[in-house]
Design a protein around this ligand. Structure first.
Ligand SMILES: Cc1cc2nc3c(=O)[nH]c(=O)nc-3n(C[C@H](O)[C@H](O)[C@H](O)COP(=O)(O)OP(=O)(O)OC[C@H]3O[C@@H](n4cnc5c(N)ncnc54)[C@H](O)[C@@H]3O)c2cc1C
Length: 548
């Protein structure tokens, strides 16, 4: 898109052109390398088509519209009858249709709810990462739909009924019973007013009824309320259990989900998150009574993975905007991108973004191979919470620094950076907040025992000879998984070690070495650009970040 050069009688100078009509795959060398290194090389041509489409000016503008025109709850109609519907802007529906058509809600499954063959996870993750760069809010129901299959797999009858609708690449936004629709989406309700982490305190009750259960109670956060069914937790006679609650009862009447209000959120504005009361709502049980957490945790593991992928995508967009702007903006007779200190900042941001994408794609590879390789299954189990912790927590400060590269222009709403900035914290908060991720790593280490030690051996080999790696391996090997108070230190080191190992497998050697030197060895440098990179490293990192 051309930038107008004349404006109201004077020249409009020194503004960078809009960052639109880009190939979000072809312009991202670290992504291409990470996809190829993790079994996805054969996807390159299709990913480039996807990247060009999602990087079009039209898609960026639709994202703006979907976020400026937030969803509205329609609780009642004019005569006082309940409606309990949420209206979204057409731009939101367009993103849902695009993502579902691209398989983001289904492509990692087969029709019988077993995992699709590799590199299904990596191929989908690359698309998810690209989509997150453009519009993140709609990805909430997309990720929940694909993840819900992992929990539903416990109930073959439900799988047989619902999988054809889940596997459909057709988005059907109509408020109709699921069996009348060409495709469906699924959500999840666990969090209640008294707490989201300790779901054992859930007070929502489930009583057996003909064909299923009747649920009474509430959820304090239940996102994407126009999903066709929700996996919810409730107390059954046998203890906390998992249920699938459809929007319509089997007799075709509207089910008892009464939405109280929508959350007024910091970010994630295109997506609706509701407070809901269950008034004798019908549901099917999923898994055994009393094993609700165990059943739904299979879903949660996948939503945590998607949080990390999305945060890496948000970081990528912040970096691309920063490098693009700095290459066009002149200060003191030089492009910003040629000012030595700005080069240090951009290169350091690029290094962090390289590590994030290398690590999430390596983790997706572990999901791809988990069924056939026990060590990869342990990698996925232990590192999912660690990677979610590190990548999602890195994103907000990263976006802030990228915003500062554009400074005033980055701070205003018309640039995409305020939206990215508001979006960044939520991935660390939902699906298990930071401390909860650390507790989950400890739990996994204690449970896996020898298998966890084998994972550390593998990381030691993969990161061999990188600066600082040996010390981190020694630290994680000697860590006592009962030491909750130091768990953040463990998890951060584990994620950094895994990131260095992942970079070793996908990025050029100097990139992996620079990351290990700057992040694995102790030293000064809390802010971006304060860690000493050598000039050739800076050149390489910035060149890989975005083609000039
Ligand atoms: C935009 C948005 C949408 C959401 N959508 C959904 C949804 O669709 N479905 C759903 O079920 N939930 C949803 N949630 C809720 C979210 O998952 C919860 O907010 C989250 O799980 C944390 O629960 P909580 O807010 O009750 O915090 P709490 O459980 O009160 O935790 C508060 C803090 O304490 C920490 N903490 C907890 N236990 C320990 C411990 N033992 N040691 C040390 N620290 C600890 C946590 O890490 C957290 O930082 C959504 C939240 C947001 C913000």
């Amino acid at each position: 898109m051309a930038t107008p050069s004349r404006f109201e009688g004077y020249d409009l100078l020194n503004q960078s052109p809009p960052y639109v009509d880009v190939d979000l795959y072809g312009s991202d060398a670290p992504l291409q390398a990470a996809v190829a290194a993790n079994g996805g090389a054969g996807e390159a041509a299709e990913l480039s088509v996807f990247g060009r489409h999602w990087g079009s000016a039209e898609m960026f503008d639709l994202a703006r519209q979907a976020n400026e025109n937030v969803p509205k709850l329609k609780t009642f109609d004019a005569k006082g009858f309940r409606r309990d519907e949420v209206e979204f802007h057409p731009a939101y529906h367009r993103f849902m249709a695009e993502s579902i058509a691209a398989g983001l809600a289904s492509s990692t499954w087969r029709d019988d709810a077993t995992p699709a063959a590799p590199p299904a996870q990596v191929a989908r993750a690359a698309r998810f990462y690209i989509a997150a760069q453009v519009e993140t809010g709609h990805l909430c129901p997309v990720t929940m739909t694909r993840a819900a299959v992992a929990a539903l797999a416990a109930e073959p009858t439900l799988v047989a009924k619902l999988m054809p609708k889940i596997m459909s690449r057709h988005y059907d936004a109509r408020f109709r019973p699921w069996w009348e629709k060409t495709g469906i989406t699924l959500g999840m309700g666990m969090t209640e007013k008294q707490g989201g982490t300790d779901v054992r305190t859930n007070t929502t009750r489930a009583a057996m009824a003909s064909e299923g259960y009747i649920i009474t109670g509430h959820k304090w956060f239940m996102s994407a309320p126009m999903c066709d069914a929700f996996l919810v937790l409730a107390q059954a006679p046998g203890g906390l259990s998992c249920f699938l609650m459809p929007r319509f009862r089997p007799d075709g009447s509207v089910n008892g989900l009464q939405f109280q209000r929508l959350k007024d959120k910091l970010g994630n504005r295109s997506n609706a998150s509701s407070e809901v009361e269950f008034a004798d709502a019908f549901a099917w049980r999923v898994g055994e009574e009393g094993r609700g957490v165990r059943t739904i945790i299979n879903m949660v593991q996948l939503t945590r993975l998607d949080c990390a992928i999305a945060s890496a995508g948000i970081m990528r967009m912040g970096l691309a905007q920063a490098v693009h702007h700095a290459r066009h903006r002149t200060v003191f007779q030089k492009h910003l991108a040629d000012q030595p200190m700005m080069r240090s900042v951009l290169a350091d941001l690029a290094l962090e973004a390289e590590a994030a994408v290398a690590l999430v794609m390596r983790l997706c590879r572990a999901f791809d191979l988990a069924a056939s390789d026990p060590l990869e299954a342990v990698y996925a189990r232990v590192l999912t919470p660690a990677v979610k912790y590190w990548v999602c927590k890195t994103a907000p400060a990263f976006i802030y620094e990228a915003m500062e590269c554009l400074s005033g222009n980055g701070y205003v709403e018309e640039s995409v950076l305020p939206r990215l900035y508001r979006e960044a914290p939520v991935n660390a908060i939902w699906e298990g907040s930071g401390n909860v991720m650390c507790l989950d790593v400890l739990r996994a280490l204690a449970h896996e025992g020898d298998a966890a030690r084998a994972l550390f051996d593998r990381l030691a080999v993969d990161a061999q000879d990188l600066p600082g790696a040996a010390d981190l391996v020694a630290f994680v090997r000697s860590f006592d998984p009962r030491a909750e108070d130091d768990a953040r230190g463990l998890v951060e080191r584990l994620a950094l070690l895994a990131a260095a190992a992942a970079l070793r497998g996908s990025a050029p050697a100097p990139v992996a070495e620079a990351f290990a030197r700057e992040r694995l060895t102790a030293g000064v440098g809390i802010t971006y650009g304060s860690r000493p990179l050598v000039p050739t490293e800076r050149e390489q990192l910035i060149a890989r970040a975005l083609p000039a």
